[in-house]
Design a protein around this ligand. Structure first.
Ligand code: C5P
Length: 402
C-alpha cells in the first residue's frame, strides 16, 4: 500500500460543491488522509457533516467562529505544514481573486497564504462562463499560474445557471488523477512516451470488419501510469478502445492508420519510448469493397493480406526503444523471447491467453516481463498493478540509458 498522503481540499461556494463528496471518496478509496476546509458560502450548498462523515476528519470552517481549533493552536500554519497537497475545488472567482491578491480573511484564504512553497497547489475553477472569462479572473489565474499553482481548466458544457460555456468543474476522477500526478515524484518527468492500445479494425466493406477481442484496458493503464509519473504521453488507440480522461488520445481504425499515426508522432515530436500494447491485426482484406457485399446462397471466401508490422516500421527510421506485448497460447516465455530478439525490443510483456481468468476485456492478467537479462513472472493481478510494475521497469530502462 502507498504511504498515506494528506490532501487538504478547500471547498468554496459554487453549486459544484456537492461533487466534492465523490472526490473525497476517491481519495479515501486510495487510502489518502483527507482534510476538508469550507468557506461560509460553501456551507450554504452542502453541510460540513457530509465531509466529516466521508473524510473521517473534523471539517475546518471558520477560524473565528469556533473556540477550539482542532488542527493546532495556529490552525492555518499547522494545517499548511501537515499536508502533501492542496486542492481548491470548486474554486470560485472570489477565492481565486483572494489567492492572487494574498488576501487572508477566513480560514481557507489564510491557509492558502500560509502554504509552503513546495506544496503542490491545485486550483479547479468552476463558475458561470462570463465570470470565468472576465479579464479579472483571467488575470488572477495567470498570476497564480506564474506562482506555480496548477490550474485544471474547467470543462465546457451546460452550466448550472442554464447557459452553455466553459465553467463546469472537471470530472472528480480528473481532479484526483492530477493530484496523484503532482504528488508522485514524477520519475518519468521530461520523457515523451507513445502508447498504443486496443484493437485495430480492418474494413471488409462499409458494413463489415475484422477485429479482435482487445479492449484497450492494458494500454490505458500503461499510458495513465506513465502520465501519473510525469511523462508526456500520447495514447494512440483503436476505434473502440476504452477512453482516457487524462491522457491525450488519438483514434485510429486500421493497422495502416495506426502505423501512420505512430510514425507521424515520432517525426513531429519525437519520443523516448514506444509501448506497443495494441493488438494490431496481422491481416487485412486484400481489397475493401466500397459497396456492401451482397449475400449469396453459398459461402464467401475473403482474400487477406499482411498488415505492416508497426514495430519493424519504427525500427527502420528510429532508434527509439520499444516495449512490445505478446499474446501466446503455448510456450509463452520461449516464444516471447524469440519475438524480443526478432523485433529488437527492450522488453516484452507476454500474456498467456489460455489462463481462464484474465486476458482480453478482463481487468486482470497473468503475465511475464521478458528482457534479454531476465524473465519476471507477475501472477494474477489487476492491469493497473501490472502497469505500475511496468512503469517501474521503464524508469529502470531510462536510468540504465535504455
Ligand atoms: O508478432 P506479434 O503480433 O505477436 O507481436 C506483438 C507485438 O507486435 C505487439 O506489441 C503489437 O503491438 C506489435 N505489432 C505490430 N504490428 C503488427 C502486429 C503486431 O507492431 N502488425
Amino acid at each position: 500500500m502507498n504511504e498515506k498522503k494528506s490532501v487538504l481540499i478547500g471547498i468554496t461556494g459554487g453549486i459544484a460543491a456537492y461533487k466534492i463528496a465523490t472526490l473525497v471518496r476517491l481519495f479515501k478509496k486510495a487510502h489518502w488522509n483527507v482534510i476538508v476546509a469550507m468557506t461560509k458560502n460553501a456551507m450554504e450548498f452542502i453541510t460540513p457533516l457530509t465531509f466529516e462523515t466521508l473524510s473521517g476528519n473534523p471539517v475546518i470552517t471558520d477560524s473565528f467562529e469556533r473556540s477550539l481549533p482542532v488542527y493546532g493552536s495556529m490552525e492555518h500554519i499547522s494545517l499548511a505544514d501537515s499536508i502533501d497537497v492542496f486542492v481548491c475545488a470548486p474554486a470560485t472567482g472570489n477565492i481565486i481573486a483572494k489567492a492572487a491578491a494574498g488576501l487572508a480573511d477566513d480560514i481557507l484564504s489564510t491557509t492558502i497564504l500560509a502554504l509552503k512553497k513546495e506544496t503542490p497547489k491545485i486550483i479547479c475553477p468552476a463558475m458561470n462562463v462570463r465570470m470565468y472569462e472576465n479579464p479579472a479572473t483571467r488575470d488572477n489565474l495567470e498570476t497564480l499560474k506564474k506562482r506555480g499553482f496548477i490550474i485544471i481548466e474547467p470543462d465546457a458544457g451546460e452550466l448550472a445557471c442554464g447557459v452553455e460555456g466553459k465553467g463546469r468543474l472537471p470530472r472528480e476522477e480528473v481532479i484526483f488523477a492530477v493530484t496523484e500526478r503532482e504528488t508522485s515524484g514524477k520519475a518519468l518527468s521530461g520523457k515523451k512516451i507513445i502508447v498504443t492500445s486496443g484493437a485495430t479494425v480492418e474494413s471488409i466493406d462499409p458494413v463489415r470488419y475484422i477485429t479482435n477481442h482487445s479492449s484497450g484496458k492494458m494500454g490505458l493503464a500503461v499510458a495513465e501510469e506513465c502520465w501519473r509519473l510525469g511523462a508526456d504521453v500520447l495514447l494512440i488507440s483503436g476505434r473502440d478502445a476504452v477512453p482516457s480522461l487524462t491522457v491525450p488520445q488519438e483514434r485510429v481504425t486500421g493497422a495502416s492508420e495506426m502505423k501512420e499515426a505512430v510514425l507521424r508522432r515520432l517525426k513531429e515530436k519525437g519520443a523516448d519510448l514506444v509501448v506497443m500494447t495494441a493488438a494490431v491485426a496481422d491481416y487485412t482484406p486484400e481489397k475493401t469493397e466500397s459497396r456492401k457485399i451482397k449475400k449469396g446462397e453459398g459461402g464467401l471466401t475473403l482474400s487477406l493480406k499482411r498488415t505492416p508490422d508497426i514495430i519493424s516500421e519504427i525500427k527502420k527510421t528510429s532508434q527509439v526503444p520499444v516495449i512490445g506485448f505478446a499474446a501466446e497460447s503455448d510456450n509463452v516465455v520461449e516464444y516471447a523471447r524469440e519475438k524480443l530478439k526478432k523485433k529488437g525490443l527492450s522488453l516484452i510483456v507476454a500474456n498467456d491467453i489460455t489462463q481462464k481468468e484474465g486476458g482480453f476485456r478482463s481487468d486482470f492478467n497473468h503475465c511475464y516481463f521478458v528482457s534479454m537479462e531476465e524473465t519476471r513472472e507477475l501472477k494474477r493481478m489487476s492491469k493497473r498493478d501490472i502497469a505500475g510494475h511496468l512503469a517501474g521497469e521503464i524508469v529502470l530502462l531510462f536510468n540504465r540509458g535504455r
